[in-house]
Ligand binder design. Structure first.
Ligand code: ES4
Ligand code: ZN
Length: 316
């Protein structure tokens, strides 16, 4: 039974749904067919992926679109054994296209509210700021979301990492924490270990998303191990975005050996070749993980989840 702690809902948009929503909304995609679109999924780095990820979002326009996207994800996640999902969304990627924030949140929330009954999955929603946009834009997004904070468990930070250090977002994280939200941030995916230090020391995050490049800094590894800071690692993502050359070379075993609280997650499953169980199966086979290690990974995601006491008991 899996907990999914690092999943971008926009990254679950499968070509089939993209074309269906394009037709429903009268949006023309620059791809003739689903197969042609799938052929565009050969990425050279994070930015080459983000270009397609943002372009395809053009099909997401109405509250029903966001509902249908999330509902399709939840069905697929449950089929892969996910029982709890903490789900990122990128409000600025939609408001910048003229889709109101309330449309996005209401659509997602309608699917998430129905998820325990309909799919047997509990959920949390994590609102991410685009780090390649300005600090002012993040602040404006947070203020616009204030009336909806009862639906949001945490804030996060994603998009193009290099050149956009966590320190840029000190103020908005302070406001989020004051409002009672948990804090996470992508750091150490393409960016250097210094960005992981900043996420910890300046943003005060409760988890690091990715964090694989932390392994380049011994002192940082010691800190992450001592404080048991959860790291949401995404193995298939790392390979597809060329953060790691080959799954067989993934630092996951070294991270576990160093005593880090590592979890396995799927990131943008429609783009990177797999959902939760696909990621677990891939690392198990490529890295020859034994059953005890797989159990440790499952336990870690339980420890790292933002569960309230009642939900936690349910999963004990
Ligand atoms: C993302 Cl893999 C990854 N990294 C950073 N930002 C993202 N947004 C969606 N997927
Ligand atoms: Zn991510």
């Amino acid at each position: 039974m899996y907990k999914s702690l690092h999943l971008h809902i926009e990254g679950t948009l499968e070509p089939e749904l993209a074309f269906a929503l394009a037709e429903r909304n009268g949006v023309t995609l620059p791809y003739a067919s689903r197969d042609e679109l799938r052929r565009a999924y050969s990425f050279t780095d994070l930015q080459s992926f983000l270009n397609l990820y943002y372009a395809l979002m053009a099909v997401l326009r109405t509250e029903d679109d966001f509902h249908d996207l999330a509902d399709a994800y939840l069905a697929r996640a449950r089929a892969q054994g996910v029982r709890h999902a903490e789900i990122f969304f990128d409000p600025q990627a939609h408001t910048a296209r003229g889709v109101p924030l309330v449309t996005v949140i209401n659509g997602l929330a309608r699917a998430l509210d129905a998820a325990p009954e309909r799919h047997g999955i509990t959920t949390r929603l994590i609102m991410c700021f685009l780090r390649d946009e300005s600090a002012e834009s993040a602040l404006a997004t947070f203020e616009a979301a204030r009336p909806h904070l009862d639906r949001i468990a945490a804030v996060g930070l994603d998009s193009a990492e290099v050149g956009h250090p966590p320190s840029k977002f000190r103020e908005v994280y302070e406001l989020a924490r004051e409002a009672g939200l948990k804090c996470v941030a992508h750091a150490g995916e393409e960016g250097p270990p210094a960005y992981v230090w900043e996420a910890l020391d300046i943003l005060g995050v409760d988890r690091i998303d990715h964090g694989v490049r932390s392994m380049e800094d011994e002192r940082l590894v010691a800190r992450l191990a001592a404080e048991q800071v959860p790291l949401t690692v995404c193995p298939l993502s790392n390979v597809r975005l060329r953060v790691i050359d080959d799954l067989a070379d993934h630092p996951l075993p070294a991270m576990l050996d160093a005593g880090l609280l590592v979890t396995v997650n799927s990131d943008d499953p429609a783009y990177f070749g797999g959902y939760a169980d696909d990621n677990f199966t891939a690392v198990r086979d490529a890295l020859h993980l034994d059953d005890a290690t797989l159990r440790t990974l499952a336990r870690n995601s339980f420890r790292a989840a933002f569960l309230d006491e009642a939900t936690r008991e349910k999963y004990l």
